[in-house]
Design a protein around this ligand. Structure first.
Ligand SMILES: Nc1nc2c(c(=O)[nH]1)N[C@H]1C(S)=C(S)[C@@H](COP(=O)(O)O)O[C@H]1N2
Ligand SMILES: [Mo]
Length: 397
């Protein structure tokens, strides 16, 4: 006997219905907070925090690995500090937002039927890179600022590519959800105010709690770059006022393996490459040149920053003496023999900024060996990682 196609479908449907066990059952999730409106509001907040975090992340990456069209200026001197402070602060603020959002929408994971049509299937599939990418970015970022590297991959590259994947999935997600979001936000105004319901947490109460968590984690960490809030910084991995000469050390002379070479009296700073008069200057010779004093921050990619008063010889003066071209770029090399941060590049704007120094002193004293004795690079609007310590050679291009 041949069954009608409709009967077959119905039989299939009945069988499928039998699979609805556990969280797949109707009415498993009773909270009134698992709504489109709550998800939409949290989604908007996440869109903003992710947007800022992504943009500032791209800036930081671009400065460190500049494509040929990208020329990061040396002014305003504080721009990188603000941009990277925002990057880390929005990243941290995103953690409670993301947790709240995932909690709000996770019943949707068990939606029935699991797949309605191709668009729905694609939309659900895009959640994989979106959720996976977001969790990876926040977790690896937090580990990085806590200086805890339990992984084997190279953090900047992994973080960078995960950001692109996540932002791609986010754009797909926002596009797919736009009608729902618009409806939810419009409907919200017409609904009887949910906050007046008796019993349970109201949406307003829930969102207020999420907002308060964002406020708390921000205030508890942002003191690592906003000095007046330092005393509040109970969760900040770095205290910007603790370290030799009053500010933190990122890498010590010992761990860089330079303790011996840095104090050799035979140390010379070489200025070589595209110059007419190569130089090899001793510490005394550098010290007897005209000194300049500048107040500049170390603004670490990890989100902490600390200002100090630096004294030394302007790099552009050295370039002039060596006979370099007025728009020459420079590569600054350290005594440190190995490691990614033993070298940094200065584009022509940074190399010739009057405040970019080969610094010999900080806060009125000769540099502590952990801050780069005998000489370090310090310049306006540069990531901390490009303020090379224990200079040995300036290679002019
Ligand atoms: N040669 C060398 N210079 C370096 C580093 C390094 O690892 N090697 N670390 C950089 C980083 S990441 C930062 S944030 C600053 C910190 O400077 P400080 O240790 O004097 O605070 O130094 C930079 N200069
Ligand atoms: Mo750094």
């Amino acid at each position: 006997m041949v069954r009608e196609p409709r009967q077959t479908l119905e039989a299939l449907w009945v069988r499928l219905e039998r699979l609805r066990i556990g969280p797949l059952k109707e009415g498993t999730f009773t909270s009134r907070l698992h709504t489109e409106a709550t998800a939409a509001i949290l989604g908007l907040a996440l869109g903003v925090s992710f947007g800022i975090c992504f943009t500032t992340g791209l800036i930081s990456h671009g400065i460190q690995q500049p494509p040929s069209w990208f020329l990061w200026p040396s002014r305003p001197f504080n721009l990188y500090r603000i941009s990277q402070g925002l990057h880390v602060a929005t990243g941290i603020a995103t953690v409670p937002l993301l947790l709240a959002k995932l909690w709000t929408v996770f019943p949707r994971l068990f939606a029935w039927p699991p797949i309605e049509n191709t668009a729905h299937a694609l939309e659900r599939l895009s959640l994989l890179p979106l959720v996976g990418g977001s969790v990876f970015l926040l977790a690896s970022g937090l580990n990085n600022i806590a200086l805890w590297y339990p992984w084997r991959f190279f953090f900047p590259a992994a973080h960078y590519w995960a950001a692109w994947i996540t932002i791609g999935a986010l754009i797909v997600h926002i596009g797919a959800k736009a009608p729902v979001t618009a409806r939810a936000l419009r409907g919200r105004r017409n609904q009887a105010s949910l906050s007046e319901h008796a019993g349970g947490l109201s949406r307003r109460g829930f969102l207020t709690a999420v907002g308060a968590s964002v406020g708390v984690v921000t205030l508890a960490t942002v003191g690592q770059t906003v000095r007046p809030l330092r005393w509040l910084s109970v969760l900040g991995p770095r205290d910007p006022a603790v370290g030799p000469q009053g500010f933190p050390v990122n890498k010590t002379a010992r761990s860089a393996g330079v303790t011996k070479f840095a104090i050799e009296p035979t140390w010379r700073l070489l200025v070589e490459g595209a110059v007419t008069r190569p130089l090899a200057l001793s510490l005394d010779e550098l010290g007897s040149m005209e000194q300049r004093r500048v107040n500049l921050p170390i603004a670490c990619v990890e989100g902490w920053s600390a200002s100090a008063e630096w004294t030394g010889v302007p790099l552009r003066r050295l370039l002039e003496v060596a006979g370099a071209s007025p728009d020459a770029a420079v590569s600054a090399e350290s005594l440190q023999e190995r490691g990614l941060y033993r070298k940094s590049d200065l584009n022509r704007l940074h190399a010739h900024d009057p405040d970019t120094l080969v610094a010999l002193r900080v806060n009125g004293e000769p540099l502590h060996i952990d801050h780069g004795f005998p000489a370090r690079l310090i310049g306006p609007n540069r990531p901390g990682v490009m303020q090379t310590k224990w200079l040995s050679r300036l290679q002019v291009q």
